[in-house]
Design a protein around this ligand. Structure first.
Ligand code: PXP
Length: 246
């Protein structure tokens, strides 16, 4: 059974929509851990559009499981990782204009840069995972540059429209998971997974961890809505004498 890593970026997205202090991804991370998450994942993007340096610092101090920092292989991010020391750094490609991480890291074409980043992170005592498309060449290159783990990009599987295409994309994930495992890499998977497509990925025996964010945060908004509304009604309809003095 794979472990669950919960990505709390989108709690910060909601906070940043108002540029205020809530909802706090740090609180969300603590609740995710209480519910059984074994890893907290955050992506510190170059433009800091959701997670901020402050979040990463506090998460490092407060989480009790493992911290996985997703990051681009830039000088700035390597320095921050060396300071914060997440348990794992996942190297991802990053373009400013994208809505989310759109493709896997091209290790084959950026071998020298990725290898240098892997080396620097490992020297800082951080385990390194590479987020890659389900492609044999990328798996082999990930192994050759010294990565400890790979995270297979499940976006194509999640976005496939027909049952035939879904099966085809799933098969790619199955085959590369086996290959990566045979090479001695730890195998993770993520991106786009939700409550209706996760089962077949979770069933792949070589996959040890799933990284899931958007669908969990989206569901939390809805399953928590009733309670949030009830609590607000209780508060505003309290008799005046019971109102707390402030
Ligand atoms: N893994 C990686 C490397 C990602 O960049 C993301 C998106 O931040 C995820 C997993 C989680 O994807 P989602 O939010 O679609 O569950």
């Amino acid at each position: 059974m794979p472990r669950l890593g919960v990505n709390v970026d989108h709690v910060a997205t909601l906070r940043e929509a108002r540029k205020i202090t809530y909802p706090d991804p740090v609180t969300a991370a603590a609740l995710a851990e209480l519910a059984g998450a074994e890893c907290i994942v955050v992506h510190l993007r170059e433009d800091r559009r959701h997670i901020k340096d402050r979040d990463l610092r506090i998460l490092r101090e407060t989480i009790t499981t493992t911290l996985n920092m997703e990051m681009a292989a830039t000088e700035e991010m390597l320095q921050i990782a060396a300071q914060i020391k997440p348990d794992v750094s996942t190297l991802v490609p990053e373009k400013r204009e994208e809505l989310t991480t759109e493709g896997g890291l091209d290790v084959l074409s950026n071998r020298t840069r990725v290898e240098a980043a892997v080396k620097a992170l490992k020297e800082a005592g951080i385990m390194v995972s590479l987020f890659i498309d389900p492609d044999m060449g990328q798996i082999q290159a990930s192994h050759e540059v010294g990565a400890d783990a790979i995270e297979i990009h499940t976006g194509a599987y999640c976005e496939a429209k027909t049952p035939h295409d879904v099966d085809e994309e799933l098969q790619k994930v199955i085959v590369v998971a086996r290959k990566a495992h045979d090479l001695g890499l730890e195998v993770k998977a993520g991106h786009g997974l939700h409550y209706f497509n996760v089962r077949r990925i979770a069933d792949i025996p070589e996959i040890e961890e799933l990284s899931i964010g958007h669908s969990i945060v989206a569901r939390a908004v809805l399953v928590g809505m009733e309670r949030a509304v009830r609590e607000m009604i209780t508060l505003i309809q309290r008799p005046p004498c019971e109102r707390p003095q402030r």
